[in-house]
Design a binder for this molecule. Structure first.
Ligand code: ADP
Ligand code: MG
Length: 230
């Protein structure tokens, strides 16, 4: 328990710092990115084109880190709402499908209609996008991702994101969700931290099953919204 507390505390300090800095860094970055894009339209040597395209990619990566930090830092005072999970899943899959197609990956869906949950829509979308992004990155080529969502007989919502990518060894599973834990050369190691925190806030659970060279399944269990009597 002590360890958990320490972890939560560390995260809190990081979050507060990040929140104050992030807003001020975002604007100048947007300006720089805009000018870089303008330069792309000029007559340039191949080398110059490469430099500009790398610069834009790196700016986007920095932006992603900031976005993940911000969601860790978000004040938890925002009101939860009841919203359609089915819609959020459909949107998230659509957002990520361009990225998937670039690596010849198919995202399949088996999602029940009219699933509702309680929480923040943008946060749920971020959870799904983070999981889908990881799934895509775990697949070298010609992979398949399956997204399922249903209501079980105990009245809980079960969401699974399954990929047939590289998977993880057992020792690695224990480290998931730890801030900055990443095996990727350019990873932030914040994606799953954000997912775990958001799902926890929604009083849900995340479980991971994984086999090396076979794939990984993330399962999210969420309570069905309680109807507020007024
Ligand atoms: P990042 O993606 O920036 O590395 P994450 O927090 O999203 O950070 O993920 C942490 C690590 O967990 C990844 O670097 C990867 O090693 C592992 N991981 C997460 N999802 C998967 C997956 N679907 N398949 C294999 N490994 C995964
Ligand atoms: Mg990630």
């Amino acid at each position: 328990i002590k360890k958990e507390l320490l972890k939560a505390e560390k995260l809190n300090v990081v979050s507060q710092l990040a929140a104050s800095v992030a807003h001020e860094i975002r604007n100048p970055m947007t300006t720089v990115r805009g000018f870089m894009q303008l330069l792309q339209g000029e007559v340039l040597s191949n080398e110059q084109k490469t430099f500009i395209s790398i610069s834009i990619k790196e700016l986007d990566r920095a932006q992603e880190v900031i976005n993940q930090y911000l969601s860790l830092a978000k004040p938890q005072t925002e009101e939860f709402e009841v919203f359609s999970l089915t819609e959020v899943i459909n949107d998230s899959v659509e957002v990520m499908s361009t990225y998937a197609v670039m690596s010849s990956i198919k995202i399949k869906k088996n999602v029940a209609e009219n699933l509702s949950i309680q929480g923040l829509k943008v946060e749920m979308q971020q959870v799904l996008i983070n999981l889908l992004k990881n799934a895509i990155e775990a697949i070298k080529e010609n992979g398949e991702i399956m997204v399922k969502a249903l209501e079980n007989k105990h009245g809980q919502i079960i969401i699974t994101v399954k990929d047939n990518g590289g998977g993880m060894p057992k020792e690695q599973l224990k480290l998931l969700g730890r801030p900055y834990y990443s095996t990727k050369e350019k990873g932030t190691g914040l994606g799953l931290t954000v997912c775990y925190q958001i799902v926890k806030r929604m009083k849900g659970e995340i479980k991971v099953e994984s086999k090396e060279n076979q794939g990984t399944t993330f399962t999210i269990k969420l309570p069905i919204p309680n109807v507020n009597p007024r």
